[in-house]
Design a protein around this ligand. Structure first.
Ligand code: ZN
Length: 136
């Protein structure tokens, strides 16, 4: 968690970068990303998607854990960078590339992991990839 906290601590910019996410691959590599807020909200990209793109670019396909943290805005009283679960869109996206991913959740003293598939029990299943190995 400290690695990911350090990522957003170093790159936080109000209304631009508030979330950082890291993916841990089975081979021990860690891929991190920060969220990209856009002027047009729908054009924004989540940190998890950025981290996933970096992992895929590096050829990491066996992803084990995802961890996301949120930096507080200056207007917030709380100053801690806290764990947050991936949003619904990221749950869909991450499950497309890591069916066995575990999500790191909890507070500072109570870290735990939960299966991403349990967090999105009725994932959309289309036919786009029916003829290909979805683990690629
Ligand atoms: Zn998201």
């Amino acid at each position: 968690m400290e690695h990911t906290r350090g990522v957003i601590r170093g790159r936080y910019a109000e209304n631009r970068h508030q979330i950082a996410a890291s993916l841990l691959a089975a081979d021990g590599r860690v891929f991190s990303g920060i969220h990209l807020e856009a002027m047009v909200g729908r054009a924004s990209v989540c940190a998890e998607a950025v981290a996933l793109g970096k992992a895929r670019e590096a050829g990491a396909t066996d992803l084990r854990y995802v961890l996301s943290v949120r930096h507080p805005k200056p207007s917030e009283a709380a100053r801690e960078i806290k764990l947050v679960p991936p949003c619904g869109l990221c749950r869909e996206l991450l499950l497309d590339y890591g069916q066995d991913l575990q999500v790191v959740l909890g507070g500072e003293d109570e870290l735990r992991s939960e299966s991403l598939s349990q967090m999105l029990p009725h994932k959309y299943v289309g036919t786009k990839w029916a003829a290909v190995d979805q683990s690629r």
